[in-house]
Design a protein around this ligand. Sequence first.
Ligand SMILES: Nc1ncnc2c1ncn2[C@@H]1O[C@H](COP(=O)(O)OP(=O)(O)OP(=O)(O)O)[C@@H](O)[C@H]1O
Length: 225
Amino acid sequence: MIHFDNVTKRYPGGHEGLSNVSFHINPGEMVFLTGHSGAGKSTLLKLIGLLERSTRGQVRVAGRNLTRLSRSQIPYHRREVGMIFQDHRLLYDRTVFDNVAMPLVVAGLGHIEIGRRVRAALDKVGLLSKEKNLPITLSGGEQQRVGIARAVVSKPPVVLADEPTGNLDPDLSREIMSLFEQFNDVGVTLLIATHDLELISRMNRRILVLEKSHLARDTAAGGPL
Ligand SMILES: Nc1ncnc2c1ncn2[C@@H]1O[C@H](COP(=O)(O)OP(=O)(O)OP(=O)(O)O)[C@@H](O)[C@H]1O
């Protein structure tokens, strides 16, 4: 589902955010990505979501070669990759419903279909009763769940999360992980970047470790941290 072959990302100014990284993630895997601050975790996720392009090497996601993807194909790719951010990135002047509906509005879906899908996504994250609220009236954990509903509303086969539990207490963080496990149970491929080693060891899944822009370790589920 996700293939990196000798991928390097060099930012303007010459700094390498990622250096010669190779790995494969199969459909239906749930994988954690960790490493020190500045190791390249966000860069790696951005390359998968096409928020950045690689400088060298090949990135393939869901059968698409992103290195060769034309501009006109980018919206199709984005629909297949749901992205969740630590800071939620919600629109604070729009309701919960409108925030979750956004990817479907952009995709040009009809009113009735949008309503059906948004409510299904809000139901999944336990926020159906808050669809008319503005995000500011929700707790941090609830706002994070709105961001998750928005990421999965198009039913993408791949979901990426960048420090999704960074600001949450341990109970809320467990709740978010249990949601991710539910998505994974129905076949969604997940890649979750986090600093939280306690969480990673509890989840007992495959772990990719970045160190100074290189892939330092790729540990199978059950292996040492
Ligand atoms: N747009 C950019 N322009 C220049 N350098 C960048 C850019 N984005 C990231 N970098 C650099 O690339 C390296 C990797 O950054 P990245 O954000 O991927 O790390 P990270 O592992 O996600 O860090 P953190 O855990 O602190 O979020 C860092 O040295 C960073 O300063």
